[in-house]
Design a protein around this ligand. Structure first.
Ligand code: ADP
Ligand code: ZN
Length: 735
């Protein structure tokens, strides 16, 4: 017998099947990982994707498999088929497609104990006071900032993973005997504590009808379009229960489970079966454990973020993609797959049903559903007769002419005042962290930019530092302009830190929490903030997009978008759609137990996205938007292919782009009637981390899948020294 093996090397030159002889004593099946000799290497890992009686290669030249790496099949046949699909669809090697389905810990035999280096204070009481004093200079100024910070954080948190602390500061403190480090087993904090079980709710008529439709329909794909608080989760739970009762398994995807452990707790309360969880916050070891749980059949329900779509579930009965409009379902590294597309393929392969759920489905998803690809299920009302919150659109231009330059309008001030007076909670949303979003010279217009990136630096007041949000580089703030020498550098643009400060001034009695990248550095910080807010230990929660995702706080009666325009101004055909969806999601946070109110601050009150969102009118928005897209030939009526170029040398990258265009034109010339345009331009942010960035954007009419493969061909044959390239279909970021 012979085995067809894919070696675990992701290079286009070895992206094909290699044949190996199976020695008598080995039992080998497709899906098993094996060790094989390959080229100069004595042992290379590979995956058996098929068997053959007779080889295609001369038998005397075929080498034997050395050993099986495990005594079980790491992959099912279905996963092998899925990998082949990924290879074709996203133009990648089979080896890299297969890697999605095997935990990194298994590859290279790195499976190890689940430990992490943990730092603790080694002193307490007087000794601790002494240690802290030693961090100061004679005059009381801080001498060792970072060491002091470590001590203070440990005092507050008890113990912290070394990875969350400044390494050299920890080292110095360890030398002085102030802290100790050791390997300790880490627990997935959000998921450890026991939860009580809850009985199934009695379904409402609407819920029952939808469930009946799913159970009896000939269709296998559904789009559950239900407003926020309409009870979609209950449908998911029943469908999962159905699958389990039929002896099948279930997969539920959420945008990012590490941000919303509530979903897990929720499922946990409802199922006695074990649930495996996959998300970006897990260590490699934890990921491996969860994978094994599924592999062994111990967990028949998988809950996770994007990458969970590859979970090794067998006999899959249902895949649910909740909040299907979220951009986090698209991979941000190459190959840039979409969880939707992978899920759809998996469902086809296993005969599972697919449910996409959202209050604001993507325009492209809704269009496909209307075309008959999916059955649309509607839940237009909130449960228990609760109405959607009233939305007040505040014109920030009028606010300016009234002389209010702060980020909080008169209406918002009053609404906050009223909310606090009634003992209720408010959520305020602003998509910019930091204190001031840019620093500019009032005399000459000079703007402080990052040295490595073509972006303005954000001022962070708590650390009194300018930070680049792209590469993390910092600078100390100055007041003298380096360009004209005048002391006119001023701070502009309001970030979340400044909002927090303004609110503390306006409402000194209010308890305020802020949630953004800066306040959520440590592993369980999110959960802590959520818990505090849920327990009503705070009155106002300010946050970036982190706080918009599917959170359900009973006490919130007011939610506000401080600047609805930040998203409208992005040059992307989906900017209106994203604005609409965003506003709707934020509005959905308010009034989930009693009447709520939403304040929408904007400079474009008449924009249709703002208008339809303020009336909770998805269908109206969709009709308008889809007509616009059709007229302008935008997706779903066309397709964009983006090719990204980057390199350290600007000139070289430009030459590469030119050469690519030349080759592209020769190949595409015979198809020019299927091409709307080909454009090359600098990326919106031309330089990030000292890499010069350019894009080619090919706009194709629909229906010509073959053309995409021709572009893939050009792409695969293109190699340019010191220039990196990547390819993406309908990129999440157009600019
Ligand atoms: P959505 O996901 O559509 O925004 P949820 O599924 O979160 O809405 O439902 C809102 C709330 O209503 C949740 O707290 C949920 O537990 C509760 N709920 C859902 N269905 C029922 C029901 N049939 N009876 C009682 N409570 C329900
Ligand atoms: Zn930078």
């Amino acid at each position: 017998m012979y085995a067809k093996v894919i070696v675990d090397i992701t290079h286009t030159q070895v992206d094909r099947v290699f044949e190996y002889r199976i020695p008598q004593e080995l039992h080998i099946e497709p899906g098993m990982r094996v060790s094989v000799p390959f080229g100069k290497s004595k042992e290379t890992e590979g995956i058996v994707i098929g068997l053959a009686q007779t080889p295609e290669f001369p038998p005397e030249k075929i080498k034997p498999i050395l050993s099986a790496l495990e005594d079980f099949c790491a992959l099912t046949q279905e996963q092998i088929d899925l990998a082949c699909f990924i290879k074709e669809k996203y133009n990648t090697t089979l080896a890299s497609a297969l890697r999605f389905m095997i935990p990194a810990q298994l590859r290279g035999g790195k499976v190890g104990a689940k430990t992490q280096s943990i730092v603790r204070l080694a002193v307490s009481g007087r000794a601790l006071c002494e240690a802290k004093k030693a961090m100061l200079k004679q005059n009381g100024e801080v001498r060792f900032h970072r060491q002091l910070e470590v001590i203070e954080r440990l005092e507050k948190e008890g113990a912290l993973p070394a990875s969350a602390l400044n390494a050299s500061a920890v080292k110095s403190l360890q030398r002085k005997g102030i802290v100790s480090t050791g390997k300790e087993e880490v627990s997935r904090i959000p998921f450890k504590q026991p939860v009580g079980k809850i009985e199934d709710y009695t379904l409402t008529d609407t819920q029952q009808k939808i469930l009946d439709t799913i159970r009896t329909s000939d269709q296998r794909s559904f789009l559950l379009h239900g407003v926020t608080g309409s009870g979609k989760t209950e449908i998911y739970i029943r469908v999962i229960r159905d699958a389990l009762e039929q002896g099948r398994t279930a997969l539920m995807l959420v945008p990012e489970i590490s941000l919303t452990p509530q979903t897990y707790l929720f499922l946990k309360q409802r199922f006695t079966e074990e649930i495996a969880v996959f998300h970006s916050g897990l260590s490699a070891g934890e990921r491996y454990d969860e994978w094994m749980k599924v592999k062994r059949g111990q967990a028949k329900i998988v809950l996770g973020a994007r990458s969970a779509v590859f979970a090794p579930l067998e006999n899959l009965g249902v895949v649910i993609i909740d909040e299907e409009h979220e951009t986090s379902y698209k991979a941000d590294n190459y190959p840039k797959y979409t969880a939707h597309e992978i899920a759809k393929k998996r469902c086809e392969l296993s005969g599972a049903i697919l449910i996409l759920g959202s209050a604001t489905p993507q325009v492209e998803t809704y269009y496909k559903a209307r075309q008959g690809e999916m059955q649309i299920l509607k839940m237009p009302q909130r449960l228990f007769g609760l109405s959607l919150p009233t939305v007040e659109v505040v014109d920030l231009r009028a606010e300016l002419s009234k002389g209010n330059r702060s980020a909080i309008s008169g209406s918002l001030y009053e609404a906050l005042d009223d909310t606090l007076a009634r003992g209720k909670q408010a959520m305020l949303f602003l998509n910019r962290r930091g204190y001031s979003t840019f620093v500019m010279c009032r005399s000459c217009g000079y703007v402080v930019k990052c040295d490595s990136c073509d972006v303005t630096m954000t001022y962070h007041k708590s650390q009194d530092m300018l930070k680049c949000h792209y590469c993390g580089r910092t600078k100390t703030p100055e007041h003298i302009c380096p360009e004209c020498g005048k002391p006119h550098l001023k701070y502009f643009g309001v970030g979340t830190q400044q909002i927090e400060e303004q609110l503390r001034d306006l409402f000194p009695q209010a308890r305020i929490l802020r949630m953004d990248l800066d306040t959520t550095g440590t592993k369980d910080a999110h959960l802590k903030i959520f818990r505090q807010f849920a327990a009503h230990e705070a009155d106002i929660l300010i946050g970036t997009q982190m706080i918009t995702k599917g959170l359900d706080f009973e006490g919130v009666t007011l939610s506000a978008v401080l600047a609805a325009d930040t998203m409208l101004n992005i040059p992307d055909y989906r900017s209106a759609e994203r604005t609409f969806s965003h506003i709707t999601q934020i509005a959905g946070r308010a009034g989930r137990k009693e009447a709520g109110k939403v304040i929408l601050q904007t400079y474009n009150p008449e924009h249709y996205a703002v208008q339809y969102a303020s009336r909770h009118d998805y269908d109206g928005f969709y009709e308008y938007e889809i007509r616009m897209r059709e007229m302008a030939m935008l997706p779903p009526f066309s397709t964009y292919v983006q090719i990204q170029f980057s390199g350290e040398e600007n000139g070289q990258v430009v030459l590469a782009v030119k050469e690519f265009i030349r080759r592209l034109k020769t190949v595409l010339l015979p198809h020019k009637h299927d091409i709307i345009s080909i454009r090359a331009a600098e990326a919106a942010i031309r330089r990030i981390r000292n890499m010069e960035r350019y894009n080619i954007l090919i706009h194709l009419k629909n229906g010509e899948d073959g053309l995409i493969y021709s572009i893939y061909q050009v792409f695969n044959q293109f190699h340019y020294q010191n220039v990196l390239t990547g390819i993406d279909i309908n990129p999440v970021n157009m600019a």
